[in-house]
Design a protein around this ligand. Structure first.
Ligand SMILES: Cc1ncc(C[n+]2csc(CCOP(=O)(O)OP(=O)(O)O)c2C)c(N)n1
Ligand SMILES: [Mg+2]
Length: 280
């Protein structure tokens, strides 16, 4: 199924909110208003945004569950996690989405069935598979390209395949484990491993059009793994830039749809930020 322009606009709106959020966090890290380790998802937001719009369109009433990793702000926001509660969490408030105890890495939203991460890379793979095996809800497990290398994550692919669970593993492949590139760490790809376990799998780029067309061929009836190649714009943790020439997909969208959407998102985030600041 082709991605039409109206739907693409919805994806861009979500991605713009995620980007505006991360840019505000970046500033607040630099001026030391945020004092905890933060993992920015800027550059990777089209993955969760495309999937969230896809799910709203095809499964509007279905109860799903979403398991995320440490770089999860965009996933949390794209799937409807509360913006103010995320701000409060980063500011260390007990009114935050994880009561001020999760920080950036372990955010959650119980109302939207978004489950946070415990910090042990890849641990949420077996947890997501176990949850799906137990309740059979459509399950999304977002994972990094390095966390996906963990043995317990790989073993969980096997169980998802054996039990034909309705689970999608979405590997956010930014090619990096902190600063170590994939080619240094391994000579294999996740989509091949998933295939060998009997899962349907794909290796694609994070262009919304490509993601949409691949997703729509595979409505969530069987276990699938999507290795999606993406780009991390900022440091692994904190506010800084490793490579200013990193590809930024948002630029294509600004050319296509103009600045209004991103400006609206920035205003929305700023307003929420100012309100939260007064609650601290
Ligand atoms: C089992 C384990 N090993 C190492 C770490 C330290 N660590 C935290 S994040 C990270 C890199 C994660 O890379 P990836 O899964 O690709 O996610 P990304 O940061 O690229 O989004 C590492 C090595 C950890 N938290 N847990
Ligand atoms: Mg990575």
């Amino acid at each position: 199924m082709k991605l039409d322009k109206a739907t693409e606009l919805l994806i861009y709106e979500k991605a713009s909110l995620c980007r505006a959020f991360e840019e505000e966090v970046f500033k607040n890290l630099q001026n030391k208003n945020i004092k905890i380790p933060v993992y920015l998802s800027a550059g990777q937001e089209f993955i969760a945004s495309t999937f969230a719009v896809f799910f709203d369109k095809f499964f509007p009433k279905t109860k799903k569950q979403i398991f995320i990793q440490h770089r999860g702000h965009a996933t949390y926001l794209a799937f409807g996690g509360d913006l103010k509660k995320l701000i409060l969490e980063l500011l260390g408030s007990s009114k935050g989405c994880a009561n001020g105890m999760g920080g950036s890495a372990s955010i959650q939203c119980r109302e939207k069935n978004i489950y946070g991460h415990d910090g042990l890379m890849g641990s949420h793979g077996p947890i997501a598979v176990g949850a799906c095996f137990g309740n059979n809800f459509p399950t999304l497990c977002f994972i990094g390209d390095a966390a996906a290398e963990e043995d317990y994550f790989l073993a969980s692919l096997g169980w998802a395949s054996t039990k034909k669970l309705p689970i999608w593993f979405i590997v956010e492949d930014n090619n990096l484990s902190i600063l170590t590139e994939k080619k240094v760490r391994r000579n294999w790809e996740m989509d091949d491993v998933a295939k060998s376990f009997g899962l349907t799998s794909f290796d694609i780029e994070d262009k919304p059009k490509d993601i949409w067309e691949t997703f729509s061929k595979n409505l969530i009836k069987k276990p699938c793994l999507f290795n999606i190649r993406t780009n991390r714009l900022y440091w692994h943790a904190g506010a800084g830039i490793d490579d200013p020439n990193t590809l930024d997909r948002q630029k294509d969208y600004i050319t296509k749809f103009g600045y209004e959407i991103i400006n609206n998102a920035q205003r929305k985030v700023k307003k929420a930020w100012n309100k939260c600041q007064k609650l601290i």
